[in-house]
Design a protein around this ligand. Structure first.
Ligand SMILES: Cc1cc2c(cc1C)N(C[C@H](O)[C@H](O)[C@H](O)COP(=O)(O)O)c1[nH]c(=O)[nH]c(=O)c1N2
Length: 225
């Protein structure tokens, strides 16, 4: 017996080889940006497209738990930078002596030099108490928000906009400065701005901090008992 579904999907669009390649090129050339921001403001239409891309991300139970806090105010950013600097001084102490020297030389944020900062948050209460797909793994809303961040990052790359993720904070410091409510979790703090130059490879690899792992070593074959 066949069941008639009144809501059927349409044909899946086929992308040309060059369209496909463009996506892979965007993925491969996306970089975490710390220093290379141009000071000019972000084109509002481009920013809108980037946020639309973020908002098109998958989310558990279609919860769409994200918010995008746009931060331009210099005074607020100075406070955020101070919170970073305090946490970064603590971070330095966590590494062994030689590593510590290298760590100290790394630039790990562009909070004041990027023309825009975006704090991406996850409202853990959106959509009510019981969410499809999140019934047994509560953290799925956070993972959904990370999907939005990745979409934002890739769309920004396509627009010539650089993004740098800064996570060296005590979240409570950021929450206080940005007046984030207790049911809302900070997922990402992003420095955002147009870029002219980008590293070819991750800057941490170029500066000898850590190299890319070999994909073949990461693909595991299923083990049969
Ligand atoms: C969740 C999370 C958090 C952070 C980062 C990334 C992610 C995914 N990255 C960027 C990270 O260092 C970078 O992605 C890798 O070094 C790989 O480089 P590319 O992103 O390919 O340029 C990052 N970079 C940095 O300079 N300061 C930071 O605090 C963070 N935090």
């Amino acid at each position: 017996m066949t069941r008639h579904d009144p809501v059927a999907p349409g044909p899946a669009r086929i992308f040309s080889p060059s369209e496909r390649q463009a996506l892979y090129d965007i993925i491969a050339s996306r970089r975490d940006v710390r220093n290379e921001f141009r000071p000019d403001p972000i084109d509002p239409a481009a920013l809108r497209r980037v946020l639309e891309a973020a908002h098109a991300a998958p989310s558990v139970g279609f919860m769409q738990p994200w918010n995008f806090i746009l931060i331009r105010d210099q005074e607020r950013r100075a406070r955020i930078h101070a919170a970073f600097a305090a946490a970064n001084a603590e971070a330095e102490e966590m590494f062994e002596s030689e590593r510590q020297q290298t760590y100290r030389a790394l630039k790990l944020e562009g909070i004041l030099t990027a023309p825009l900062n975006i704090c991406v948050t996850c409202d853990r209460t959106r959509g009510g108490k019981v969410i499809l797909g999140r019934t047994h793994q509560r953290e799925m809303d956070l993972y959904s928000t990370v999907c939005a961040v990745q979409n934002l990052w890739l769309a920004a790359r396509a627009e010539g906009i650089g993004v740098g993720w800064v996570s060296i904070f005590h979240p409570k410091d950021l929450a206080e400065i940005l007046h984030i409510q207790p049911h809302v979790e900070i997922v990402a703090y992003l420095c955002v701005g147009h870029v002219s130059d980008l590293f070819d490879q991750p800057e941490l690899a170029t500066r000898g901090w850590r190299q890319r792992l070999d994909l073949d070593g990461l693909i595991l074959q299923e083990e049969w008992a």
